[in-house]
Design a protein around this ligand. Sequence first.
Ligand code: ASP
Length: 350
Amino acid sequence: MSFRKILLSAALFTATAVFAADLPAVKILATGGTIAGTAASNTQTTGYKAGDLGIQTLIEAVPAMKDYADVSGEQIVKISSNNMDTKTLLKLAKRVNELLADPKTDGIVITHGTDTLEETAYFLNLVAKSDKPVILVGAMRPATAISADGPMNLLEAVRVAASKEAKGKGVMIVMNDEINGARDVTETNTTNVSTFKSPELGALGYISGGKIRFYKESTKRHTVNSEFDVSKLDTLPRVDIIYSHIDDDPVMAEAALKAGAKGIVHAGTGNGSIADPTFEALKKAAANGTVVVRSARVPNGATTVSVPKYTEAGLLESDTLNPQKARLLLQLALTKTSDPKEIQRMFEEY
Ligand code: ASP
């Protein structure tokens, strides 16, 4: 190699090194799920082992991430997210806040099973104390499948986490080229890769044509504007969900109270309607200090004030939050107050 060539390659090397150092630092926190799942054959897309692969393997599978961010990984747990629990949720939230407080971190990606992805995302939306991007990502097909969706989802999640545009928009889920806000997103299909949608209220944006495109943001309080704080919490108050159906009777409500529920979310029919026998049990529960929130098993629309006797009994409304998200907000609300008026305010603001 001539001296001129050596100088040129040294200059190029330095330029690349400076460029890499200038990239945003994105930490990937891995929790398991299908995105880290493995199956015996590459055509198997159900009945696989979720959460099998470690974070380094996931990172090595997508070298293109390094073009957008200075990526590093950390394994939090290796679970199938149907087994997510309060202990793990709080551990994750505290680690997220530690990293966000570190000036060396510019954004966070969390790999997660899809089963409870929307719950973890909404919880973090309420307790993450920074406007730096926090992006959750999963996959519907295991890593070993042909046309696995995980690698592209992970790349796009890292790109969004490294982007300036994602700052201040709350916690988001990036999957299948869509960017959805944690509050409004829900899983809509048991197996299809296009499962995460924000029905009616819509996605915040897309990744398409090689670009991150945002079109809107939520008007609800989140992250830096949230009043909730998990830093001193080791557990959350028990809140149960009761799902309504024909022949509904108070058995489930009574069981929840017996188990020590401080709050109950009722997934009612229509606009949060309650069968009379269950209503009697919930009315009694509310009179005895258990906070009861009416939500709905119907996927769209807000649960609103309706039958006067519900209001007279002190039952609250979940707005557009589905029962599983209403449960998390009620848990956090109960860490601050048990005043139903205050808690109703929170349901209107978050
Ligand atoms: N059972 C898996 C989980 O939630 C499903 C998935 O990731 O898609 O971890």
